[in-house]
Ligand binder design. Structure first.
Ligand SMILES: [Zn+2]
Ligand SMILES: [Zn+2]
Length: 260
């Protein structure tokens, strides 16, 4: 297995890898899915170090970057790749940055609580999130055929307007981005978020059949698919108690929580 000063590489199976950043408080995961003809990289991490150094060691195939959403912790290495895809509703943020989110805030969040040595090239005081033109847009229902495996794209807005989940139909892996993970609240409390959309998206992914494992973008790597049953109950609870709106706070469920 690859050893690296910044990234932790874990083999999910012989053609699927998690590339994680445990040295940073956000515990971000990016995922490399290798097919017969091409590879997909789901997000590119924090941009503290160069993720392409890792993907180059794992595959020679051309890499298509699938962006779960345009937040700094998911697009950090986008500049290292040619073929970047994003949902239309987050594409303006990719080109022009997130309106209303001060750069000082991004720099504060990227630079704090780092527990392992960051590379010398990283300077939180000058850190600037990636901005650029995507190679193309991806939308709900799109299928990425990688030869021996098929990836289905689900548009799952709420945390961001153009948030996507990726379902590897062939292996049953559901990559949920910032829509579902454990330990810290999934959040939709800031102005560009939408609690109603988030709950609808949670409901939608809870109905996906034949999920073998759930991979969120933060915290524990790999969640038992039973969490989707809890998601179903959570959706019902939140709606019945009229909690699906801004300002209702943190709602705890078995295995995950949501903050509005
Ligand atoms: Zn996010
Ligand atoms: Zn995130």
């Amino acid at each position: 297995m690859i050893r690296d000063s910044w990234f932790t590489i874990q083999e999910i199976d012989s053609s699927t890898f998690a590339i994680s950043e445990y040295g940073h408080w956000e515990n971000v995961h990016s995922f490399l899915l290798i097919g017969e003809e091409k590879a997909a990289l789901i997000d590119t991490g924090l941009g503290i170090d160069q993720i392409k150094r890792i993907t180059d060691q794992l595959t020679n195939l051309p890499i298509t970057v699938l962006t779960t959403h345009v937040h700094a912790d998911h697009i950090g290495g986008h500049g290292e790749f040619e073929r970047i895809y994003v949902h239309e509703k987050d594409s303006d943020w990719l080109r022009n940055g997130i309106k209303g989110l001060p750069l000082e805030q991004i720099r504060k969040d990227i630079g704090r609580d780092i527990t392992i040595p960051a590379p010398e090239t990283f300077d939180p005081t000058t850190y600037t999130p990636y901005q650029g033109e995507p190679a193309g847009l991806i939308a709900d229902g799109d299928v990425m055929d990688m030869g021996n495996r098929k990836l289905m794209i689900y548009h799952t807005p709420g945390h961001s307007p153009g948030h996507l989940c990726v379902f590897d139909e062939t292996n049953g892996y559901l990559f949920t981005g910032d829509l579902l993970y454990d330990e810290t609240p999934v959040y939709a409390f800031f102005p560009s978020a939408n609690p109603i959309d988030l709950v609808q998206s949670l409901e939608r992914i809870s109905e996906i059949k034949n999920v073998s494992m759930v991979y969120g973008s933060h915290n524990t790597l790999g969640l038992d698919p039973d969490i989707l049953k809890e998601v179903k109950l959570a959706v019902k609870f939140l709606r019945e108690n009229e909690l699906v709106r801004f300002g209702t706070g943190v709602h705890e469920f078995d295995g995950f929580s949501v903050r509005f």
